[in-house]
Every structure is written in C-alpha cells, then in structure tokens.
Design a binder for this molecule. Structure first.
Ligand code: ZN
Length: 127
C-alpha cells in the first residue's frame, strides 16, 4: 500500500479558480494548475484569509485543506496556525463540527503532513 503522492492537499486556487493539487517545491508550495505561489500569497494576509474562507465554504474537506495549507505556507507554529484558521471560520460563520475541533484537526493534518515530511527528510540529506 505505498502510494507515491507528493502532496495530498488540494486547494481552491484564487489565481485560476481550479481546485488543484498543491505542488511542493523546495521551500515553496504552489498551485499545480497555474503555479500561484502560496507562500507569497500567505504574506498578503487578507488575500490568503479570503482564499482560506473560500475553501472552507466548500465543506469539511475544504476546512481540512485550508488548515493544512495554512500550516504549510503560513509560517506559524501548528497550534497557532490551527487557531487562526478556526477563528477565521468562526468569523466567517463556517461551522466546524465538534469532532473536527482543533485538537482533532491537528491530528488529521499531521496524518496529511507526515508522509511529505518523511520524503523531505530523506531528500534533504546530502552527502
Ligand atoms: Zn491556480
């Protein structure tokens, strides 16, 4: 059961309007469809937050993807990142089911991230 998936995160891209895979390149995360740089987008807090809200409005999956991408591209510690996205959802009137509250979401996001972190560790080891 080994599937070579670079990223399991897909995101409704504010650049091209497609829900596309997030492509990971060294030090950056971008839209696989149009190449929009999510790390650069994250520096524009207002636009990044708007993109996160648009994703969260697509449903629970969108909430998880917003959490995952914010954690990858937002540059905040994981718990702080989850808290930011949760507060953003609350302000936007998006309901996060009780069982998906930050602690559980954090575990889910970890499950999404651990495989890619494993790959990163291996490829960053230079001889
Ligand atoms: Zn795009």
């Amino acid at each position: 059961m080994t599937r070579a998936v670079e990223s399991t995160i897909h995101f409704l891209c504010p650049g091209c309007g497609a829900t596309a895979l997030v492509r990971e390149t060294p030090g950056s995360y971008g839209c696989a469809a149009c190449g929009l740089d999510y790390v650069a987008l994250a520096r524009d807090k207002e636009r990044f937050d708007a993109a996160l809200v648009a994703n969260m409005r697509t449903g629970l999956d969108g909430v998880l993807m917003a959490l995952a991408l914010h954690q990858l591209a937002g540059g905040l510690p994981p718990a702080q990142s989850a808290e930011h996205v949760r507060a953003l959802a609350e302000r936007s009137g998006i309901d996060i089911p009780e069982y998906q509250r930050p602690t559980n979401i954090f575990q889910t996001v970890l499950c999404l991230l651990v495989p890619s972190l494993g790959i990163k560790k291996r490829t960053s080891r230079r001889s």
